[in-house]
Design a protein around this ligand. Structure first.
Ligand SMILES: NC(=O)c1ccc[n+]([C@@H]2O[C@H](COP(=O)([O-])OP(=O)(O)OC[C@H]3O[C@@H](n4cnc5c(N)ncnc54)[C@H](O)[C@@H]3O)[C@@H](O)[C@H]2O)c1
Ligand SMILES: [Fe+2]
Length: 343
């Protein structure tokens, strides 16, 4: 299971060759959307059933790994796919066996390789839904930074900012989970050290740090995410914006919203970022600066948002599943103000 672009890359063909060299038969399914939808999963599930396979390998970015995980669920679970939505208690129906599952990340962003959830959108509304169950965790993860060496600068930057957002939002999320918080802080440290080099002057060292920190971000966000992911998700639903790019643009604004009252947490994040000034404001300025160094936009207008989108975006953000874990409550009006500020 991969996506149409990764399928064409040399390393993907090498993986196929090495499987056949060991007489392991395989088939490739790569027919998925950039922001994957339910019908991708249903098609993939059918494709799997028509073969005589016993294992699913998800190779690619978050999109391919999420669809792979949803197909792992689909094979022996036949209710409507969104009956398994975590937010309506769907994991109670995940009772059957699942095929053996392996993940091979080829971007450093989502950390989906170590996750237990798949984010799949509704075909018509494009609303993102979460399928979650502990059984959906991969049995083996091959996190090999060599597979990310050809990742183009823009995708490296956008996926890397997704990973930074995971570590930061998890660290300050309101839930009690000191283990995840510790991992989040170290993730922030590693990304801050390596993201600019990974994008502008890639080496195995910088890309390795990004890959492990991305994986750490996904471990950390068991503690919860927050306002930034809720601001980002509607951009992908409405305008098909890449998930990491949507987070990158919203991150400084979301952190500015959260900083007052969280001086201790922001000080510790600033220390992890090796900033001289350890205030929330210094972090916000640093995040704007990072986006600029990475060639990413700092305004929503640059990703196609206009005044006309603000009300719908605010409704969708308020309905999103991430902000209930934000350290402070976020109202619909807060979302509107944050979008207007970022426009
Ligand atoms: N499951 C989770 O916990 C979780 C968390 C965050 C995001 N997500 C989901 O993950 C998806 C985003 O994943 P992503 O940021 O990895 O992007 P992606 O999977 O969309 O990949 C981005 C692009 O990079 C290309 N690509 C991938 N690997 C490459 C390589 N090695 N070399 C060259 N090109 C390569 C892909 O073909 C694609 O065009 C979204 O659908 C989002 O909702 C899931
Ligand atoms: Fe994310």
């Amino acid at each position: 299971m991969t996506d149409p672009m990764v399928r064409e890359l040399d390393f993907f063909k090498e993986i196929q060759k090495s499987l056949s060299a060991k007489s392991i038969a395989s088939e490739v399914f790569a027919d998925i959307h950039k922001n994957p939808v339910k019908s991708d999963v249903l098609k993939g599930g059918e494709a799997f059933k028509q073969t005589d396979r016993d294992c699913i390998i998800g190779i690619g970015g978050g999109a391919a790994m999420d669809v792979a995980r949803a197909i792992v669920l689909r094979v022996n679970h036949h209710r409507d796919l969104f009956d398994y939505d975590d937010l309506i208690g769907g994991d109670q129906y995940v009772t059957e066996d699942v095929p053996y599952f392996i993940t091979v990340p080829t971007t450093s962003g989502t950390g989906s390789e170590v996750g237990r959830s798949a984010i799949i959108s509704e075909d018509d509304t494009h609303r993102k839904r979460i399928l979650f169950a502990p059984k959906l965790m991969a049995k083996i993860v091959f996190a090999d930074p060599l597979l990310t060496m050809e990742l183009p600068p823009f995708i490296t930057a956008a996926t890397g900012m997704d990973a930074l957002t995971h570590n930061m939002e998890a660290y300050i999320s309101k839930n009690f989970h000191p283990l995840a918080a510790g991992i989040g802080l170290e993730g922030i440290f590693l990304i801050n050290q390596s993201i600019v080099a990974a994008v502008n002057k890639p080496s195995l060292e910088s890309r390795s740090k990004m890959m492990i920190a991305s994986l750490m971000g996904a471990v950390a966000f068991q503690k919860g995410l927050g306002v930034v992911h809720s601001l980002a998700h509607p951009l992908s639903s409405l305008l098909d914006t890449h998930h990491g790019l949507a987070n990158a643009v919203n991150l400084p604004y979301g952190m500015r919203f959260n900083a007052p009252g969280l001086e201790t947490e922001f000080k510790r994040m600033a220390l992890a970022m090796e900033l001289e000034t350890t205030t929330g404001e210094a972090i916000v300025n640093h995040l704007f600066d990072l986006n600029q160094q990475l060639g990413l936009p700092i305004k929503l207008s640059a990703v196609g948002v206009t005044d006309a989108h603000i009300e719908t975006l605010s409704d969708l953000a308020f309905a999103d599943f991430c902000h209930p874990n934000n350290p402070k409550p976020v109202t619909r009006n807060d979302f509107k103000q944050l979008y207007l500020e970022a426009l």
